[in-house]
Design a protein around this ligand. Structure first.
Ligand code: PRP
Ligand code: ADE
Length: 273
């Protein structure tokens, strides 16, 4: 029988463990990184209090405004506390830095504080998908960059890499190869494990989906610590594929995922710094 004190101790240990584990996968202001000045945060309020774990706001907060006023939501009050264009960590000297489509893309990404756990600033790309111009601009910017690079494989990482990868692949004439979480692919797979702060995770790819000597682009929505992209690169390189570059819509630069990629080029449209 546990004493009252033991029950308390156990409860708090469990709470801490969950928070630490989640912090490893998400941008957690308390555990991983202190957000001194959240310049990339958009907070949405209806008449209700700011979103919490149990009161998530699903409405789009900042679709690009159109001349006819479409896309505006009169009931929705938006407090924007970020510079919509922050691309300090994008490929330096790149002409895309000056591309006026970036601002629309950045402002179409909703940031939800405290999801899925308190302290996490969740970068929600579903609002970008609702904004037809911003979504198309996102795909176009990647396609413009990769169309003449002789890339035959676009590898997309589950789950959100499956949204951006296929339209890029189709437009540049490459095949799309899904890199999935364990036990999802039905055929023979090769796997790559990568370490988390607590434990490990894994991604898998079908054997035979790619051939040695092919040139690949790895696509995901976001780079945080870089663990996922690093595993994807290793998986492809193990079978002799050349990974030309990694492409993400969003980078959380304070988590230094870019450093973890070493010399492998990373191209991002929006930096959260
Ligand atoms: O750079 P990292 O620290 O590895 O984190 C980035 C990964 O985390 C998110 O996916 P998540 O693991 O939440 O999976 P999901 O897309 O299936 O929700 C994101 O879509 C990236 O794949
Ligand atoms: N802050 C974040 N928002 C969305 N996806 C993430 N994956 C890791 N950190 C994330």
């Amino acid at each position: 029988m546990e004493s009252l004190a033991q029950k308390f101790a156990l409860k708090f240990t469990r709470v801490n463990f969950v928070q630490e584990k989640v912090a490893n996968r998400y941008y957690h202001r308390d555990n991983l990184v202190k957000i001194k000045s959240p310049t990339t945060t958009t907070i949405t309020t209806l008449t209700a209090p700011p979103p919490t774990r149990n009161t998530r706001v699903f409405s789009p907060i900042s679709v690009s405004k159109r001349a006819d006023g479409a896309g505006e939501e009169p009931d929705l009050k938006t407090i924007r506390i970020r510079d919509p264009v922050s691309s300090a960590n994008m490929a330096s000297h790149d002409p895309i830095l000056k591309d006026d489509r970036i601002a629309g893309i950045s402002s179409a990404i909703r940031v939800i504080p405290d999801f899925p756990k308190p302290g996490i600033m969740f970068q929600d790309i579903t609002t970008l998908l609702l904004d037809t111009k911003a979504f198309k601009d996102t795909i176009d910017l990647f396609v413009e960059r990769y169309k003449d690079k002789n890339i035959s494989v676009v590898a997309g990482i589950e789950a959100r890499g499956f949204i951006f990868g296929p339209p890029i692949a189709l437009a540049i004439g490459a095949k799309f190869v899904p890199m999935r979480k364990p036990k999802k692919l039905p055929g023979e797979v090769i796997s790559e494990e990568y370490s988390l702060e607590y434990g490990t995770d894994k991604i898998e790819m079908h054997v035979g989906a790619v051939q040695a000597g092919e040139r690949a682009l790895v696509v995901d929505d976001l780079i945080a610590t870089g663990g996922t992209l690093t595993a994807a690169i290793r998986l492809l390189e193990r079978v002799g594929v050349e990974v030309v570059e990694c492409a993400c819509v969003i980078e959380l630069p304070e988590l230094k995922g870019r450093d973890r990629l070493g010399d492998k080029p990373l191209f991002v449209l929006v930096s959260s710094a």
